[in-house]
Write a protein that binds this ligand. Structure first.
Ligand code: NAD
Ligand code: IPM
Ligand code: MN
Length: 336
């Protein structure tokens, strides 16, 4: 059996701790991995002036898949832009998949099995912002293209089929952002016609935010533009245990980068307090991407068992630290 080449991007804050924990879980599986590690984030910028060096992009491209932790992006440093955006855009990781499922824990609402499919390359995230009027007016450009809308809609319908989810909800704000999200809505509903077996509906983003709290069990796939997807996926994660459990995959045609939805949580950094399960569940998505579904299901089952047994960190009411919570998963997997 040849080894899977995995690139690790620990990043800033709690990133190195949760990536280290998830790597140990992967190493306990009956699979063979070859690891490379590359730099990303604010710490790397402080050292070399570039938060996403070319070597890092190369390392991601040369790997079968990448596991990323998180980075810190201080809002008040002029001309600094999050490397996460550049990574997604330069590698054309166009589909951001963010699943949310109920867990066997009082913190979670029941009967939720939804997937946010977030467009990952355009919208207000293209970074075309400028100040006018002596700094008293700020203008930002929002870009929506037919091409990006079409491929994200297709990804959404394919995911609905693959995961047997009951419908696709196209989320937009076409009553106000008429040209931009209007185009997204129109194209997604066109693509829906290629999938007559999958029910489709469209919904305004504010209504969707409200419905997610009122009756989240109604949703299957939510497909939406970049910024709405960012916000709705954090919201949805809180229905099923919070950011400590929310996993994601940034999928492109050439490669994919898996990461917890959460950020670098600077206040927790270095304290062995962060929940590693979001990153561990991201490795299950990574294994699915590599075609190792059986091992992915084993990790997901071990996570559910650890939650049932309260072998978890304090955000889920447990007493374990980051590394002990990962050890619990390794033990449940029968590893060492
Ligand atoms: P955050 O996600 O880092 O943390 C918000 C809160 O969520 C934390 O205070 C903590 O209570 C909880 N939390 C997050 N991760 C957790 C974990 N693993 N276990 C337990 N609880 C957890 O968001 P923030 O505080 O708004 O942002 C901090 C920094 O992270 C900012 O610089 C921001 O730009 C960056 N950020 C990075 C990413 C990324 O790298 N993908 C994502 C979001 C935010
Ligand atoms: C996420 C994060 C990123 C985003 C930030 C860190 C650029 O919040 O992955 O959800 O806005 O996409
Ligand atoms: Mn986010």
């Amino acid at each position: 059996m040849s080894a899977y080449r995995i690139c690790l991007l620990p990043g800033d804050g709690i990133g190195p701790e949760v990536v280290g924990a998830a790597r140990r879980v992967l190493d306990s599986l009956p699979l063979s991995f070859e690891w490379t590690e590359a730099g990303i984030g604010f710490g790397v910028w402080q050292q070399c002036g570039n938060p996403l060096p070319d070597e890092t992009l190369q390392a991601i491209k040369s790997a079968h898949a990448t596991l990323f932790g998180s980075v810190t992006t201080p809002p008040d440093i002029a001309n600094y832009r999050s490397p996460v955006l550049r990574m997604r855009q330069e590698l054309d990781l166009y589909a951001n998949l963010r699943p949310c499922r109920s867990i066997p824990h009082a913190i979670s609402r029941p009967n939720i099995n939804l997937l946010v499919v977030r467009e990952n390359t355009e919208d207000l995230y293209i970074g075309r912002e400028r100040l006018e009027d002596n700094g008293n007016t700020a203008i930002g450009e929002m870009q929506i293209t037919r091409r990006a809308s079409e491929r994200i809609a297709r990804a959404a319908f394919e995911q609905a089929r693959l995961r047997s989810l009951n419908k696709v909800t196209v989320v937009h704000k076409a009553n106000v952002l008429r040209q931009t999200t209007g185009l997204f809505r129109r194209v997604a509903l066109e693509v829906a016609q290629e999938y007559p077996d999958i029910p489709v509906e469209d919904m305004l983003v504010d209504t969707c935010a409200m419905e997610l709290i009122r009756a989240p069990e109604q949703f299957g796939v939510i497909v939406t533009t970049n910024l709405f997807g960012d916000i709705l996926s954090d919201e949805a994660s809180m229905l099923v245990g919070g950011l400590g459990l929310a996993c994601s995959g940034n999928i492109g045609a050439e490669t994919a980068v898996f990461e917890p939805v959460h950020g670098s949580a600077p206040k927790m950094a270095g304290l062995d307090q962060a929940n590693p399960l979001a990153t561990i569940l991201s490795t299950a998505m990574l294994l699915d991407y590599l075609g190792e579904g059986e091992q992915a299901r084993r990790i997901e089952a071990a996570v559910l068992t650890a939650i049932r047994q309260n072998q978890v960190t304090s955000d889920l009411g447990g007493t374990l630290g980051t590394q002990a919570a990962a050890d619990a998963i390794i033990n449940l997997l029968g590893g060492n």
